[in-house]
Design a binder for this molecule. Structure first.
Ligand SMILES: Nc1ncnc2c1ncn2[C@@H]1O[C@H](COP(=O)(O)OP(=O)(O)OP(=O)(O)O)[C@@H](O)[C@H]1O
Length: 254
C-alpha cells in the first residue's frame, strides 16, 4: 500500500487578473521505503509540489494522503503538529539555529514534542553514529563545515522517526565531495526503510534515488526507475532525460 498518494493535484495561484496554474494534474504514489527524486526546470512546479506535501500550502483540488490521512483537509494547528510528528525536513541552507549547539538543534523537534532528555539522548546516539557527527555535538553550527552542518540537519530530520523525509536541494550548498558523503548517508538511511522524497536540480544527486519524476509545466512529463541498473547508467539516463526535457521547451517556444 502506498505511503504517500497524490491524485489529480492542481494548484492555481491567483492575484488580481493574474492566474498561474503551477500544478495542473499531478498523480503519483510513493511506497514505504522508496527514495524518489523530483526534477524539472525552474518554474516547473517542484517547490509548489513539495510545499503541498509538506502541508505548508493547500492544493486547489485533488487528493494528497500520507498513510491514509487526507492532508488537504488538515486545519492549520493540526498541520503544524502533523509536520512535527510525521515529516522530517532537510533544506539547502541547513536552517540550523546559530545560538544552539548542534545537539540542541537536533533535539529541537523532540523538545517541542515534550520528550524527556533521556529519550532524546537514546534516540540521538545511533543516528549521530550513523551520520558520523558524535564528536561534533557540543560544537555550534558556525564551528563545523557545510557538509557537517547538513549531516546535523539530517539528524534533526531523522530523530522524530518521521514517516517521510522531505529534502529540498539538500546538496545545493555542498561541494561534490561533501554532497557525495551526504548522499551516501541518505542511502544508508533509506536502506533502513526510511522513505525519502527529494527535489534537486542535480542529475548526480538524483542518481542516488530509486526513482526520478520529471515535472514540466505542472505535469509529470517522464519517470525513470533505477531498478538493477548501475548508478552510472542511471545517471546517463537522467542526464539524457533532462536534455530531452529542455529540448521540448525550446521547440515549444520557437
Ligand atoms: N505564491 C505564488 N503566486 C503566484 N505564482 C506563484 C507562486 N508560487 C509559485 N508561483 C508560480 O508557479 C510556478 C511554479 O513555481 P515553483 O516555485 O513551484 O517552481 P520550481 O519548479 O520550484 O522552480 P525553481 O526550480 O526555480 O525553484 C511558477 O510559474 C511560479 O512563478
Amino acid at each position: 500500500m502506498a505511503l504517500l498518494k497524490l491524485e489529480h493535484v492542481r494548484r492555481v495561484f491567483s492575484s488580481g487578473k493574474q492566474r498561474v496554474e503551477a500544478l495542473k494534474d499531478i498523480s503519483f504514489e510513493v511506497d514505504q521505503g522508496d527514495y524518489v527524486a523530483i526534477m524539472g526546470e525552474s518554474g516547473a512546479g517542484k517547490t509548489t509540489l513539495l510545499n503541498i506535501i509538506a502541508t505548508l500550502d493547500k492544493a486547489t483540488s485533488g487528493v494528497i494522503q500520507l498513510d491514509n490521512q487526507d492532508l488537504n483537509q488538515l486545519k492549520e494547528q493540526d498541520a503544524a503538529r502533523f509536520r512535527r510528528e510525521q515529516l522530517g525536513f532537510v533544506f539547502q541552507n541547513f536552517n540550523l539555529l546559530d545560538t544552539f549547539n548542534n545537539r540542541d538543534n537536533i533535539y529541537l523537534p523532540l523538545v517541542l514534542a515534550k520528550k524527556s532528555v533521556a529519550e532524546m539522548a537514546s534516540r540521538l546516539a545511533p543516528i549521530a553514529r550513523q551520520l558520523e557527527i558524535t564528536d561534533l555535538l557540543d560544537r555550534y553550527p558556525s564551528e563545523i563545515s557545510g557538509g557537517q552542518r547538513q549531516r546535523v540537519a539530517a539528524a534533526r530530520a531523522l530523530i522524530t522517526q518521521p514517516k517521510l523525509v522531505l529534502a529540498d536541494e539538500p546538496t545545493g550548498a555542498l561541494d561534490s565531495h561533501n554532497a557525495a558523503s551526504l548522499l551516501d548517508e541518505f542511502d544508508q538511511v533509506n536502506d533502513t526503510g526510511q522513505t525519502i522524497l527529494m527535489v534537486t536540480h542535480s542529475a548526480v544527486t538524483a542518481s542516488y534515488s530509486k526513482r526520478v519524476l520529471f515535472i514540466k509545466d505542472g505535469v509529470i512529463f517522464h519517470e525513470l526507475f533505477r531498478g538493477q541498473q548501475s548508478k552510472k547508467v542511471y545517471l546517463k539516463k537522467i542526464s539524457d532525460s533532462l536534455t530531452a526535457l529542455a529540448g521540448t521547451g525550446e521547440e515549444a517556444s520557437s
